[in-house]
Design a binder for this molecule. Structure first.
Ligand code: AMP
Length: 211
């Protein structure tokens, strides 16, 4: 089972994709998480990516395509995998098709979380992330029990540097200009879900798709 989660930043892709990955016991591949890890290691790729990420811009296609080409060859992907945050451009989608063809595999379903701009701005600006275990919170709708502390591991919570208003607007514009059109590219595999609702309601609809 090979599933792509498509949607604007803050649509809840990461949250839903990680629930599905657990349910199907297949790896979740998030290019955002992989890139943040590279940044924290200060690797060559991380140092290059950091500048783009802080500004809310896309990391060059060649770099992210390289990450995915290597990752999907891993043996843990044999039973399927879920992509979160990739592809984001038509070049990335075409390169993914090539990689799948080389591996004799096919994308099954593209889950498109359709979310309004004001909802996305609210979710991103109120998002806080645990420094230790990367769990995410929403200050209004899913706050931690103790302010600024993770419920799961007591790690400190922080605001992603790309979750400030000007950068959120930039990321959303890039989504409109470069990523949204992928819904048309994948129209034969697309399952559109109304992502403006609660985590539980969206999860129910996604479960229905894969019943
Ligand atoms: P995310 O966690 O998916 O919101 O990604 C955070 C940031 O990582 C994005 O704003 C981009 O700078 C970078 N990034 C993640 N995935 C990609 C991708 N597929 N193509 C280009 N840049 C990406």
């Amino acid at each position: 089972m090979i599933i792509i989660f498509l949607g604007p930043p803050g649509s809840g892709k990461g949250t839903q994709a990680s629930k599905m990955a657990k349910q199907f016991s297949i790896p979740l591949i998030s290019t955002g998480d992989i890139l943040r890890e590279e940044v924290s290691k200060a690797s060559v790729l991380g140092l290059k990516a950091q500048d783009f990420m802080t500004k809310g811009q896309l990391v060059p296609d060649a770099d992210v395509v390289g990450i995915i080409q290597n990752r999907v060859k891993n043996s843990d992907c044999a039973g399927g995998f879920i992509l979160d945050g990739f592809p984001r451009t038509s070049v990335q989608a075409q390169e993914l098709d090539k990689a799948m063809k080389d591996l004799n595999r096919e994308i099954d379903t593209v889950v498109f979380l359709d979310v309004a701009q004001d909802v996305v701005i609210d979710r991103n600006s109120n998002r806080r992330v645990c420094r230790k275990c990367q769990a995410t919170y929403h200050l209004k709708y899913a706050p931690p029990k103790t302010a600024n502390k993770c419920d799961k591991c007591e790690g400190d919570l922080f605001q992603r540097p790309d979750d400030i208003p000007a950068t959120i607007a930039e990321r959303y514009q890039i989504y409109l200009d470069q990523t949204k059109e992928l819904a048309t590219y994948y129209k034969n595999k697309l399952k559109t879900i109304n992502g403006n609702r609660s985590i539980e309601m969206i999860e129910e609809d996604i479960k229905e798709v894969f019943k």
